[in-house]
Design a protein. Structure first.
Length: 269
C-alpha cells in the first residue's frame, strides 16, 4: 500500500555528498505542488495558444534567424541535464545494487535523499521551461509533428501531478530522462552551431529514447504486479496507470518517428 506519511529523507548517504543547497524545504514544496499542480493546465493552454497563433503569424513571413539564441538555449539545457544526471544517477545505482535492488529502486521510498527530492523538483519545474523548445520550431518555421507537443505537455502535466507522491520509481524516470536530454541537447546545440554530425548519431539518440520508453513501461508494469501480489510498493495506482499510458504511447510514437525519419524517403528533421 502507498505510504501517506511524510517520508524521511536521508541527509548524508555514505555513497555521495548532499550539498546544503539541495536540502530545501521539501514539505513546503510537496504541499505546494499538491495544491497547485493544476497550473500545468494553464501552461498547456498558453502553450497551445502560442503554437496556433505563432504558426498563423509566421505563415507569410520568413523564418527568424535566431541561431545564437538557439545555441545558448540548447547549451543551457545540456549543462542542466548533465549536472542533474550526475546528481541523480548515484542514488539509482545505489538502490539498484541493494538486495532485491530492482524492486526496491522502483517501489521503496526507503533511502530517498534530499538530492532525489531536490532534482525531482528541478525536473518538474524544468518541464515548463522545456516548452520553450517549441518557440524555436515555430519561429524558424520547422515541421511540428504531433509527438513534439504531446510529449512536452503530457510529461509536464504528469510531473506536476505526481511530485507530491515522492514516487520512488522517479529514480528511474529522472535518471533516464536527464541522461537522454544531456546527449540530445548537446547534439542540438552542436547542430545549431553549424557543426556537422553523423546521421547515425541522431539515430542513436532516437534509439535511446525508445529504450527509455521500454524501461519506463517495464517499471510501471512491475509496480502493478507488485501491488497486486501484495508486495510493498510505495506508489499510487493512479500514478502508475498514468505513467504506463504515457510511456506506452511514447514508445509507439517514437518507433513511428524512427521509421519515418530514417527508413522512408520523406525524412523528418
Amino acid at each position: 500500500m502507498y505510504n501517506l506519511t511524510e517520508p524521511p529523507l536521508v541527509g548524508n548517504p555514505d555513497y555521495m555528498n548532499v550539498y546544503q543547497w539541495e536540502k530545501f524545504d521539501f514539505p513546503f514544496w510537496r504541499t505546494w505542488m499538491e495544491k497547485n499542480w493544476t497550473l500545468s493546465f494553464v501552461f498547456t493552454a498558453v502553450y497551445l495558444t502560442f503554437i496556433f497563433l505563432g504558426r498563423k503569424w509566421m505563415k507569410n513571413r520568413e523564418p527568424y534567424k535566431i541561431r545564437g539564441s538557439l545555441i545558448s538555449w540548447n547549451a543551457a539545457l545540456a549543462i542542466f541535464s548533465i549536472l542533474a544526471f550526475a546528481r541523480t544517477a548515484p542514488e539509482l545505482f545505489n538502490a539498484f545494487m541493494q538486495t532485491d535492488g530492482l524492486h526496491k529502486s522502483i517501489c521503496h521510498q526507503d533511502g530517498l535523499t534530499y538530492t532525489f527530492a531536490f532534482w525531482a523538483l528541478m525536473g518538474t519545474l524544468s518541464k515548463v521551461a522545456e516548452l520553450g523548445d517549441t518557440i524555436f520550431i515555430v519561429l524558424r518555421k520547422q515541421p511540428l509533428i504531433f509527438l513534439h507537443p504531446y510529449h512536452h505537455i503530457s510529461v509536464m502535466v504528469y510531473t506536476w501531478f505526481s511530485y507530491d507522491a515522492h514516487d520512488p520509481c522517479h529514480r528511474w524516470f529522472m535518471a533516464m530522462n536527464y541522461f537522454v536530454h544531456s546527449i540530445m541537447y548537446t547534439y542540438y546545440g552542436l547542430r545549431a552551431a553549424g557543426i556537422k554530425l553523423p546521421r547515425k548519431l541522431a539515430m542513436c539518440i532516437t534509439m535511446l529514447q525508445i529504450s527509455q520508453m521500454i524501461m519506463g513501461t517495464y517499471v510501471n508494469i512491475h509496480s502493478l504486479k507488485a501491488i497486486h501480489s501484495g508486495e510493498q510498493c510505495d506508489r499510487r495506482e493512479k500514478n502508475i496507470y498514468l505513467a504506463l499510458t504515457m510511456y506506452a504511447t511514447y514508445f509507439y510514437l517514437f518507433v513511428a518517428f524512427f521509421q519515418k525519419a530514417y527508413f522512408k524517403k520523406t525524412k523528418v528533421q
